[in-house]
Design a protein around this ligand. Structure first.
Ligand code: ZN
Length: 546
């Protein structure tokens, strides 16, 4: 049969979709009894904000390698055991390096017009020797050669130009409206929120900054100041300091701030309004002298190993009980707030979701068919280190990008899917499918009971930057939920205001309820969730198992 050219794509599409539609004609079942119980317990008897208060108010912040995180992990494991979950355990990974804690910090301009500076040291910054007094040097307007010739050993240098501010003409929190959700369903990425960043060529700024840092590598100042690329009105976004590396050190050989023995000059981020004021005073030729106290502790003892926390709600179906459904979130955080929206919220929601499922099983006298495993990862802020280590140890080792895994382990076959939460305190509005269109009709049915709770949207798009990628990377269904951007990139994400008070209780209750339902249905369905990309045969062949 000769076919006209325009007919081919249509035919192809039909052939492609045929099995899908065949597969998805039977509407995916929804366990209404489970959904009803989860809604009642999750929305009327929620404990999520109590979990969050322990995670943040008692154990926050939870920087990877810090005693706080270790204590929080002990608490979480103990709580899982109290709830009657099985197999609660630590999974060790690493060595990571050295932990760190900020013990004491203050900074003032001194002289005939003294004033308090609002600032935070970056994580892993070294201590200063007692209270130091030093003049500020505007390194950003001195060429690198001249800078290298100056004696900076008793100076404090400013790294960047002042940053122009734009006022907020819209709020910091936002809920996706119907139009935005429709656009997302069509794959349109949502724009970053908040005032437009000051113009100027960031690349030139970055190169200049690198030149200054190189000049300082051999000419160590007392401390280095910056003002962050965003943040104002008392909100400072602060993460890790950088270790000093000789210029030209290859990227994969560069010491990180937590690398044992790394030299980490004290690095301090100032409130932009205070940073800009100092710049303007220096521009007028008025010297600025500051007094700084910075005491930090670096935890060099032990083997540098870190750990994840895991626990199970065992499955009982003879055929399926060794298969797994996982839910997780990272437990580590940055250090200037208490790690509430990043990612105490995700951790508290996942703890609450498995508490809800255990409560349902106990009250209905049922148990899941597949085993449900909750995971609280560490090292996420340093590169998804904990989740990637667990996947490599138990599931599969990633191959080249887009290629089948280099090695697969038993759990690769057993794992049906992994659900993650790590986009702040916002309620679940839907799911990113990571390109996996075969789960679309399934998730669409599972979302229907929660449309009344604003969870409606399925998008084929993928999203990144968090732990579901550890699973996605080895060809397994790993999903991050779509969440309302509640003052996340604009206020709390990696900032000093990342605290319990900026978590929204109703949103977290809704999220735990929706996620518990997704996990339950994944544990109860006959088939594992369909996969994209790598089929089992190819993966086994690639990993030499066949
Ligand atoms: Zn996070």
């Amino acid at each position: 049969m000769r076919t006209s050219p325009e007919l081919v794509p249509a035919l192809l599409l039909a052939a492609l979709l045929a099995p899908l539609s065949a597969q998805t004609t039977a509407t995916e079942p929804v366990d209404q009894a489970a959904v009803d119980f989860l809604k009642t317990e999750g929305l009327e008897n929620s404990q999520v904000m109590e979990h969050l208060s322990w995670i943040c108010d008692v154990y926050g912040p939870r920087l990877t390698g810090s005693p706080n995180l270790r204590q929080a992990q002990e608490w979480a494991k103990g709580t899982f055991e109290e709830w009657g979950l099985q197999n609660a355990q630590f999974h060790d990974w690493g060595p990571f390096g050295e932990g760190w804690r900020l013990d004491r910090f203050s900074m003032h301009v001194v002289g005939d017009n003294p004033w308090l500076i609002h600032a935070y040291p970056k994580a892993w910054s070294s201590s200063l020797d007692g209270v130091v007094t030093a003049d500020i040097v505007p390194a950003y307007r001195i060429d690198a050669e001249e800078l290298a010739s100056m004696d900076l050993s008793n100076k404090i240098v400013m790294l960047e130009e002042p940053r122009e501010l734009t006022e907020w003409f819209e709020g910091t929190a936002h809920r996706f409206d119907a139009e935005e959700r429709a656009a997302m369903a069509d794959g349109t990425p949502m724009p970053q929120r908040g005032p437009a960043r000051a113009g100027g060529d960031w690349r030139a700024g970055f190169q200049k900054r690198q030149a200054i840092e190189a000049a300082l590598a051999d000419n160590r100042p007392l401390a280095i100041l910056d003002r962050g690329y965003k943040g104002d009105q008392g909100t400072l976004f602060v993460t890790s300091a950088s270790a000093t590396n000789p210029p030209g050190t290859p990227r994969d050989e560069r010491a990180r701030a937590w690398t044992p023995g790394a030299d980490v000059v004290p690095q301090i981020t100032l409130a932009v309004e205070h940073y800009n004021r100092i710049c303007r005073m220096l521009d007028k030729g008025r010297p600025v002298t500051v007094e700084v106290e910075l005491a930090t502790t670096r935890f060099t003892d032990g083997d540098g190993m870190q750990r994840n926390v895991l626990a199970d709600l065992p499955g009982t179906d003879p055929e399926l009980k060794d298969q797994l459904v996982m839910l997780g979130a990272h437990f580590d955080s940055w250090h200037t707030g208490t790690g509430a929206t990043d990612n105490g919220c995700g951790s508290a929601v996942m703890m609450e979701a498995i508490r809800l499922l255990k409560a349902y099983c106990d009250s209905a006298g049922v148990s899941p068919r597949r085993t449900i495993r909750v995971a609280l990862w560490s090292g996420e802020e340093q590169g998804l280190l904990g989740s990637r280590a667990w996947v490599a140890d138990h599931v599969a080792t990633p191959g080249e990008r887009g290629a089948p895994p280099a090695a697969i382990h038993d759990l690769w076959h057993q794992l049906s899917g992994y659900f993650n939460l790590d986009n702040g305190t916002g309620r679940v509005r839907g799911v990113y499918l990571q390109g996996n269109e075969r789960v679309a009709p399934i998730f669409r049915e599972w979302l229907k009971p929660f449309h009344e709770l604003d969870a409606t949207t399925i998008t084929l798009s993928d999203t990144g930057g968090t732990d579901h990628l550890a699973f996605d990377r080895v060809g397994l269904p790993g999903f991050q939920f779509i969440q309302d951007p509640i003052a996340y990139s604009t206020r709390t994400h990696h900032s000093n205001y990342d605290v319990w008070d900026h978590a929204v209780a109703e949103d977290l209750q809704q999220a735990a309820t929706v996620i518990a339902s997704f996990v339950w249905h994944t544990a109860m369905r006959d088939e594992k969730l369909p996969r994209v990309g790598v089929d089992i045969a190819t993966a086994e062949a690639a990993a030499g198992r066949r």
